[in-house]
Design a protein around this ligand. Structure first.
Ligand code: KTE
Length: 547
């Protein structure tokens, strides 16, 4: 009787321990299995805008701060600057909270960081390495006002001291925020751009010491106005030769760079909610002048907002990151104990392209920054010259150990001679869940439109079907990468609950979150054409990666 009793007690104890330690049986609403592997997420709590992005060339370390509410999975105050670091812009290390408000009903809102090499601020003495003279700018938000604060770090960006002379900018406004500061070589001045949000003004200030700021101009009423301007940025971006040799204008007088003004709008985006637009032009230290009246989208997806470029990058490369969510539903997405991720870091250049058969325009091209050396490719399929019939071609099946991190790299060719004008002629890639293939992403191209499309609505998760703002289908016009060969390029990376798609080497990009049942990671891809003999996969590679 005694032995039986002891045995029963022992079994009960081990079962309890097993359940607690397995980690695979999530607590009530813990969706950790769906947490992205290489898109940054806070360990817990709510995140939005990226802030204070800079590269420390003394320690070869990248720093990213972010809008952080550690106390809930929705936006709220007290609001902090959360902090993470990376050696490779692919995997991130969580650091301690960097800057906090002085009271619980205030917020350290969005802002930026510069490296004050020459100690123009006089915050530093010679003991601080010039490459680590970190100065942060942010909006201090209270119910009464939004004013601009400065803080400096004596330990390379982990802890900060608030400048005793704060605020350095105060317009007695509750809608004045998001300072992005950079050094303007040509005039040897610091420049700050920030939003007088509901007057639709990007205000441009200059300073010699990072403390006293003089208004130079307003960039106002450009682009989609929506409800308010937020998170502006101004970067000098190199013009590089297009991959299409017919495009490289021979006149050597064309400059090798242009200035680009980034500007976020929320709410009021054309696709609904939040989006980031940009303008190409010139900056002389006082005025930013757009070259034309075009409103350009930085990303055609639903989840790419509050973009910010890094400061102090090697070779002045233009690298940046956006919050991969949308204010109109970001507070309701079914993840726990965290909400939202950042996009991948992207490298930006300007290139010429043909938007149609006659015009030539300049556009930003985005390249994802992924250090594959820190990832394992534990399954690769590489095929070429595959003509796709209307039958089903399973091209990638790794359902028995899906990691959820999948790269798709496709060049396809369209044989238009066999297309009747009213046919719906699609080439579709179905990225299916490993444990339930009825949950899938469908992306592809349709030649009559012609456009790229994405359908992220095929899921059994209630949020996906019930939230009216979580629009599930999106598209963007998509012309040949090479006109003479009539070929197109799609690069897509799916990372558990976020999909980034780069068309024609980054001429157009679309970032969208998606939500499948817990643990139902992408494990197979079907490639199906709506018609025989029109589409050929010139080159097709699928890789499953793990960290
Ligand atoms: O008053 C802030 C308002 O809720 C905006 O829509 C969110 O604002 C942004 C944009 O997402 O987030 C920050 C605050 O967390 C703020 O600095 C920035 O303008």
């Amino acid at each position: 009787q005694l032995i039986f009793g002891l045995l029963t007690a022992f079994l009960a104890a081990t079962t309890a321990v097993a359940r607690k330690n397995s980690g695979k049986t999530p607590a009530s609403n813990d969706t950790s299995l769906n947490r992205p592997l290489i898109h940054f997420t806070p360990e817990k709590g709510w995140m939005n805008d990226p802030n204070g992005l800079f590269y420390d060339n003394v320690t070869d370390l990248w720093h990213m701060y972010y809008q952080f509410n550690p106390n809930d999975t929705v936006w709220g105050q007290p609001l902090y600057w959360g902090h993470a670091t990376s050696k490779n812009l692919t995997t991130w290390t969580h650091e301690n909270i960097a800057i906090g408000p002085d009271s619980d009903d205030a917020g350290v809102f969005s802002g930026s960081i510069v490296i004050d090499y020459n100690n123009t601020s006089n915050f530093f003495n010679s003991s601080i390495n010039p490459g680590q003279r970190v100065v942060a700018f942010y909006t201090y938000n209270t119910a009464e006002s939004q004013t601009q604060y400065v803080a400096y770090s004596l330990d390379g960006g982990y802890t900060f001291t608030k400048y005793s002379g704060n605020p350095v900018l105060n317009l007695n406004s509750t809608q004045f925020r998001d300072p992005k500061v950079f050094w303007h070589d040509e005039t040897e001045k610091w420049i700050m751009v920030l939003a007088l949000s509901q007057e639709y003004k990007v205000q441009i200030y200059s300073s010699e010491n990072l403390k006293e700021w003089e208004l130079q101009s307003n960039f106002s009423h450009h682009g989609i106005l929506g409800y308010q301007y937020e998170c502006p940025g101004l970067s000098k971006i190199p013009i590089v030769k297009s991959s299409d040799s017919s495009l490289n204008s021979s006149n050597s007088t064309s400059p090798d760079y242009k200035w680009v003004m980034f500007l976020s709008i929320n709410p009021g985006a054309p696709q609904g909610g939040s989006f980031t637009q940009y303008f190409i032009g010139d900056f002389d230290g006082k005025n930013f002048t757009a070259d034309d009246h075009q409103t350009r989208f930085l990303d055609f997806g639903k989840d790419y907002y509050a973009f910010q470029a890094f400061d102090n990058t090697p070779n002045n490369d233009v690298l940046g990151v956006a919050w991969a969510s949308n204010w109109e539903y970001g507070g309701f997405v079914p993840t726990s104990p965290w909400r939202s991720s950042m996009s991948l870091i992207r490298n930006f250049t300007l290139q010429e392209y043909h938007p149609n058969g006659e015009a030539t325009e300049l556009n930003l091209f985005s390249q994802p920054v992924i250090d594959h050396d820190v990832l394992n490719a534990n399954h690769t399929i590489h095929k070429g010259n595959l003509t796709i019939g209307s039958g089903k071609n399973v091209t990638f099946d790794f359902h028995n150990s899906a990691t959820g991190l999948v790269e798709l790299n496709v060049t396809f060719k369209v044989n238009t001679s066999s297309i009747r004008p009213h046919d719906f002629v699609d080439l579709s890639f179905y990225l299916r869940g490993a444990s339930d293939p009825h949950e899938y992403l469908r992306l592809g191209y349709e030649n009559t439109a012609p456009a790229f499309f994405l359908d992220r609505g095929n899921s059994k998760v209630n949020f996906v079907s019930s939230n009216p703002f979580y629009t599930d289908k999106t598209s963007v016009n998509f012309l040949p990468y090479s006109t003479e060969l009539n070929t197109y390029k799609i690069y897509a990376i799916a990372d558990r609950n976020i999909l980034e798609v780069y068309l024609n080497d980054g001429l157009a990009v679309s970032t969208n979150t998606f939500f499948f049942t817990e643990g139902n990671h992408i494990g197979s891809i079907d490639v199906i054409a709506g018609i025989d003999g029109v589409y050929e996969l010139v080159d097709f590679e699928v890789k499953q990666l793990s960290v």
